[in-house]
Design a protein around this ligand. Sequence first.
Ligand code: C2O
Ligand code: CU
Length: 459
Amino acid sequence: MDRRAFLAGSAALAVAPRIGFSQKRIETIRLATARQSLVGTAHRATEVWAYNGTVPGPELRFKQGERLRIEVENALGVDTTVHWHGVRVPNAMDGVPQLTQPPIKANGGRFSYEFELRDAGTYWYHPHLGSPEQVGRGLYGPLIVDEAVPPAVDRDVVWMLSDWRLDREARIVEDFGNFMDASHAGRIGNTVTVNGAIRENFDVRAGERIRLRLVNAANARIFGLEFRGHDPMVIALDGHPVEPHRPENGRVVLGPSMRADILLDATGEPGRSYTVADDFYPRRAYRLLELRYSRENRSGSAGTPMPKLAANPLSDPDLAKAQRHRVEFGGGMMGNMPGGMGMMGGGHRMAWTVNGKPMPDNAHTHEPILKLDLGRSYLIELVNDTQWHHPIHLHGHVFRVMSRDGKPTQHREWLDTVLLDPRSRAEIAFVADNPGGWMLHCHVLEHQASGMMALVRVA
Ligand code: C2O
Ligand code: CU
């Protein structure tokens, strides 16, 4: 490296990483500690845990139908695994410790993941071991699978949303897994980042059409994004195409782990700025960033007809023949908390239950709550019998949301994670077409680690 390149390189490290990702094909991801400026240069860079040195980890980008082959090398001092959230992988590639693979050992362990990417869409990867701490310290990255013929847009951009609990020196507060967080809404941080840094602005050009891929990688925070002065259209949820529609109440709501692809037409005026606000928690509303328009004249494909994404090869459940089940989520503060201790992290107290029983983190050898027949259709009612929100995620499958609180959904959207409001229920339908043992759990990671997890077996 010559001196100029070295200087340019170190200058680049001093500022927030740019909002785009590099496009070169990644074959290895290495976990190690790193320093990253999350909150700007007024503070020291924060020590984080990172894939390939940055938070988020590298953007893994493939074409639909290609095989992903990634070797993971773990240079951290703790065991880990990688879970490919939302991807319909063979069970052995699912990254659930003990259940589908041995943990990738601390200080040099390796594991190779390899599978075909059958579905196009926006996915992400993260550890599935000690997740509250590992994800909370920065281990997450985007996995984008391009359609054979992607829709014509001027720009395709990923925003990985997350939050951090930082102290005044911008260090991560290390109270992971405390019972207060676990029994309430989870670890909600005090610092929200987009692609690993606080952002003031996102630069746009009048007239362009942007495909914005939103990913919620936070442990517990729910986002409700409003694009002031704009009219975003939702075109995919959790990676899968949906009838293009305006978000309900003008707000894109994303629980932990959920994704939305939106088409954002830059219909604002050159030279002006427009706020993107997050007001999911009404008393804690804040400005996420500003869409900052350059002074250039209008050009681009904004305002042209909405493209239609080709459907992914998912099998539609046969509702007439579907077998019905009911799964109930309970516990939490102001609810019926279970007795007993978990097995991880020195035995924390359990706070949540699935069908009356808590499953301790990392005890994946439990009896399945559901035994499903391979190839059969299922209609499962998910009941949230608590005062809290829960984004419920099923591994290895994608389901259609048929109803919420007894009312049919308008779009019968395909999801891998459904956000249940407090005291609400949803019916999901799917074909159990992927054999193996699969986790069904809340993606508020502190809830998952304190009991809100269960095993579903497909055979
Ligand atoms: Cu995103 Cu079981 O996980
Ligand atoms: Cu939960």
